[in-house]
Write a protein that binds this ligand. Structure first.
Ligand SMILES: Nc1ncnc2c1ncn2[C@@H]1O[C@H](COP(=O)(O)OP(=O)(O)OP(=O)(O)O)[C@@H](O)[C@H]1O
Length: 296
């Protein structure tokens, strides 16, 4: 069996602080097969972003962080790679889209310049002319009708939705095998967010890109993800195919998250009556949903 695109086993993370060790992840396990779209859903502070940043190799070098467990990307143990090798993977084999496109794009460079830089990571030495040709094709892919005009614009000259499309085009420009999306579009309005998700789903399907999608909102991931992991206070509490989890949520925390879905515009996640009920309830794993064998 070929290696999954991403395999995380028993991942633990703590941060050293003056008050002692702050334990943030308590042994997370998850996997993403090639071309599969998987969502990690949980409330703010549950440990979604740190998980993504470990996969990107951004936490391992922090002096305050203590990371243990296994993270394999395309069958390679990230802990065995040098910082330089991990750096080389970012923006090439794996890439990331953040919540707010305007803060991820550099305001002082045109889109063309920023595209060129992105493409240089995947194709060192690529000429400006060739980069422009590929950028036009990539913008075309995200349904931008005047790619030449957009390339010569600065981010502030474009709408939030347009910048989001540019970000998606850039994130996929080097044909990564894994895209990490951290609540893309939440900084934008609901319609643009919905369009962003549809676009991302279509493009990743077409390019067979695996996706780790991070969100606090189960409603948002329903149409997007093949499978879901629900994270609560640094632990996965339920996992399974998206439809099964929506039809029959078994963990108290998943049920609480689902109750929050109709109230997308406010209110947040309702409190679980007895928090210990959610915290100590056993992990729910659906049938036929075991972890794949390791590579090698
Ligand atoms: N560099 C750091 N040093 C100390 N604690 C950190 C650091 N980064 C994250 N944390 C803590 O780790 C926990 C998990 O944070 P994380 O950002 O992963 O949450 P999240 O689920 O992504 O939330 P959000 O949806 O708000 O982004 C939080 O308690 C946070 O304060």
């Amino acid at each position: 069996m070929s290696a999954p695109t991403l395999l995380i086993r028993d991942l633990k993370l703590g941060f050293r602080s003056y008050a002692g060790m702050l334990e943030v992840l308590h042994g997370i396990s998850l996997h993403i097969a090639k071309g599969e779209r998987v969502a990690l859903v949980g409330e703010s502070g549950s440990g979604k972003s740190v998980t993504a940043r470990i996969v990107l190799g951004l936490i391992q070098s922090l002096r305050s962080a203590r990371v243990s467990g296994l993270v394999e990307f395309e069958g390679r143990d990230l802990a065995k790679l040098s910082e330089r090798e991990r750096h080389a993977l970012r923006g090439t084999r794996m890439s990331m889209i953040f919540q707010d496109p305007t803060s991820s794009l550099n305001p002082v460079y045109t889109i063309a310049t920023q595209f060129h830089e992105v493409l240089l990571r995947g194709s060192p030495g690529i000429s400006q002319a060739e980069a422009r040709r590929r950028a036009v094709a990539a913008l075309d892919d995200v349904a931008i009708s005047e790619p030449e005009r957009v390339l010569d614009s600065y981010p502030f000259q474009l709408s939030g939705g347009m910048n989001q499309r540019v970000m998606i085009a850039m994130a996929l420009a080097n044909e990564p095998s894994l895209l990490i999306a951290d609540e893309p579009g939440t900084a934008l309005d609901v319609t643009v967010q919905a369009q962003t998700l549809t676009l991302m789903r279509d493009l990743t399907e077409r390019h067979h890109t695996a996706v780790l999608f991070i969100s606090h909102n189960l409603g948002v991931v329903r149409e997007f993800a093949d499978r879901l992991y629900v994270i609560y206070k640094g632990r996965i509490v339920e996992q399974g195919p998206t439809a099964a989890l929506f039809d029959d949520p078994r963990h108290p925390y998943t049920r609480a998250l689902l109750q929050a879905v109709p109230r997308i515009t406010g209110g947040g996640i309702p409190e679980i009556e007895d928090a210990s009920e959610a915290y100590f309830a056993p992990l729910v794993v659906r049938e036929g949903f075991g972890e794949p064998g390791r590579a090698g």
